[in-house]
Each structure stands twice: as structure tokens, then as C-alpha cells.
Design a protein around this ligand. Structure first.
Ligand SMILES: Nc1ncnc2c1ncn2[C@@H]1O[C@H](COP(=O)(O)OP(=O)(O)OP(=O)(O)O)[C@@H](O)[C@H]1O
Length: 314
């Protein structure tokens, strides 16, 4: 079966004055998948989404959506919904106005989904949208994005200001609606650990360039974490592709950029080391492109990983 391509970019580049926000991005987004768009602040995630949805024009390169150039083609643009983290609404807009406008614009609009989510998120109906809290604004964006049922839907950090309960509602509703109505969803996020269960593929951007674009399971399988006593760990990782390494006192952890073999597992066990899977968040950070944890955080992580080994070895 051939994979359907929803979005294809070639050499996509966006410069702002002397700064390059996106550089030579060539990729294909598979149709009917949920893809995470990851990368540190300023990596180019919003710029990428703006270009694909024709809200901005590239300095060089091309975008194709379902094989066609989206810019100034209303029939393609109306197939896409871009939920921005800083979406603005007219000053006098209340909830009903935003919903009514979306219902007119999006051909696949589903009012029952909108009504259910408005209730679940407890979005106020009386006040104007410009007085909404940050979390209420995010919730409104999520309602419009999911109820649009757009064949291609972009969410740019959709969780800003949402409390943990509301984020849980979003994740559950997204999965439920996607299962019932498969479509192409692209989410930019810094909450990788929290959202990794949603993601089938990831695109990782670093300073405007794509550094990874693959299935989450393949990315996860490409590395492992090893923890234990520093001396044993040093000799275990010698000659291996070490992506990151931390130590505190006599304990250390390392992320090794190789798929672990049965021999690796027995060698680690014999040396009193513990091998474990790397979380997507840690893996992205280990490749040098995730949010940088503070030195204390990472040292604590090293100590936690290592002390688990100590306990299991005891
Ligand atoms: N309109 C603009 N004018 C000038 N520079 C811009 C403009 N829009 C984006 N940039 C720059 O382009 C780069 C990429 O920005 P972008 O917003 O795409 O990053 P991002 O990955 O979405 O970041 P974040 O995670 O912080 O939202 C940044 O350096 C940003 O300052």
C-alpha cells in the first residue's frame, strides 16, 4: 500500500531580514497520522505551520498540500485549520460568534463536537473572548480545531494555560475524534512526555532545519539509557555513540544512540548497570535539541537513574 502524502515541502526557506527562521526544509507529512513538531524556542515550528497554511509566503522553496500549491487557493485553504497559540478575535466576539464563524468557514464542521467540548472545558458564554483567561483561550482554540474536522489540522502549543484536567480532556478528545475520523494532525509541543502517547511520528527542528523526521517507535528504538556506578558505566560506554552523559558522585547515566542488543543487556547486567528505555523527551534533549533541563534537574535525573540500579543490584 502506498503512503498518502498530505503535505510536501521542498527546500522550504523563510528569512526575516538577515535571520533565517526556516532553512531548506524538504519533507513529506503522511496523511492520517498525528505528527509532533518538536524543537526548542525559535526552532521554526510556527513559521513552518504558517507557510503550509498559506498565512505566510516562503523566501524560497515550495509547499504542496494534497499535491497542490495552497497560496491563494481557497479550496485548499479551507481544508486546513491552524489553531494558533496567539489567535486573535474581533473585540466584540463572544463564544457564539467564534463558533458561528468557524461553522461557516470549515466545510466539515461538527456542531455536536463543539457543544460537547464547550461544556467539558466550561468555556464562558457571556463574556467577550478578549477577556478570556489564557487557558480559556486555548480551550476555545481546541474546540474550533477539533470541531472543524479539517482534513489537515495544526495545533501550535494548544495547551498554554490549560490546567492538568483540561489538558487530559484535550488529549482524550483528540484521540477519540481522530480514531472516529482519521485525519492529518500536526501538533507543536514542548510537553513531550505528556503528549508522546498521542504522537505517531515526529519532526524535530533545530535552528530552522529538520534534524529528525521519523516514527516515534523508530526514534525510541534508536537509543537506550544505561545507569549505574561511574567507573562501570565509563567502561561500558567506551567506543559507543554516547548522546549524553551525566554523573554525580560515583553514579552516572548515559544515553547511547544505538539499539540495545542482547549482548549489551548481558554485559550491562554483569557490570551491575541498568539498561532502560529513553523517554521521547530525554531522547530529543539528548540529541541536543530539546528543552534544556537545568544542571540540577539533569544531575538529579542521573542520580535517580543510578540509585534505581543500586537498589535493584542490592
Ligand atoms: N515576523 C517575524 N519577524 C522576524 N522574525 C521572526 C518573525 N517570525 C518568526 N521570526 C523568527 O524566526 C525564528 C523562528 O520562529 P518561530 O516562531 O517559527 O519558532 P518556534 O519554533 O515556533 O518557537 P516557540 O517554541 O518559541 O514558539 C525565531 O528566531 C523568530 O524570532
Amino acid at each position: 500500500m502506498t503512503t498518502q502524502i498530505a503535505i510536501e515541502t521542498r527546500g522550504l526557506t523563510r528569512r526575516f531580514g538577515g535571520a533565517t527562521a526556516l532553512e531548506d526544509v524538504t519533507l513529506q507529512v503522511h496523511a492520517n497520522t498525528i505528527t509532533g513538531l518538536l524543537g526548542r524556542n525559535g526552532a521554526g515550528k510556527t513559521t513552518f505551520m504558517s507557510l503550509v497554511t498559506a498565512q505566510d509566503q516562503p523566501s524560497a522553496g515550495t509547499v504542496r498540500v494534497d499535491g497542490r500549491e495552497p497560496f491563494e487557493h481557497a479550496d485548499i485553504i479551507e481544508q486546513m485549520c491552524f489553531v494558533r497559540d496567539n489567535q486573535r478575535y474581533p473585540d466584540d466576539y463572544k463564544l457564539k460568534h467564534a463558533v458561528r464563524a468557524a461553522a461557516i468557514f470549515y466545510p466539515n464542521w461538527d456542531q455536536a463536537t463543539a457543544d460537547r467540548l464547550i461544556e467539558a472545558f466550561r468555556i464562558p458564554s457571556k463574556s467577550v473572548v478578549k477577556k478570556f483567561s489564557r487557558g480559556q483561550l486555548s480551550a476555545l482554540g481546541i474546540v474550533l480545531g477539533l470541531a472543524s474536522r479539517s482534513p489537515i489540522t495544526f495545533f501550535d502549543e494548544p495547551y498554554l494555560g490549560l490546567d492538568a484536567t483540561a489538558r487530559g480532556i484535550f488529549y482524550d478528545e483528540l484521540l477519540r475524534d481522530y480514531a472516529e475520523h482519521p485525519r492529518t494532525i500536526i501538533l507543536s509541543t514542548h510537553l513531550i512526555d505528556e503528549m508522546d502517547r498521542l504522537l505517531e511520528r515526529v519532526i524535530v527542528l533545530e535552528q530552522g532545519r529538520v534534524v529528525h523526521h521519523e516514527e516515534v517507535d523508530a526514534l525510541r528504538g534508536s537509543a537506550f539509557q544505561v545507569a549505574g556506578r561511574s567507573a562501570a558505566l565509563e567502561s561500558f560506554v567506551k567506543g559507543r555513540k554516547v548522546l549524553s552523559q551525566r554523573s554525580i558522585g560515583g553514579l552516572a547515566t548515559a544515553v547511547v544512540g544505538e539499539a540495545p542488543t542482547a549482548e549489551d543487556r548481558s554485559a550491562a547486567e554483569a557490570a551491575g548497570l541498568e539498561i532502560s528505555a529513553v523517554s521521547l523527551q530525554d531522547l530529543v534533549a539528548a540529541y541536543g535539541v530539546g528543552d534544556t533541563a537545568t544542571e540540577n534537574d539533569t544531575t538529579e535525573t542521573a542520580a535517580r537513574g543510578a540509585s534505581r540500579t543500586e537498589r535493584s543490584a542490592a
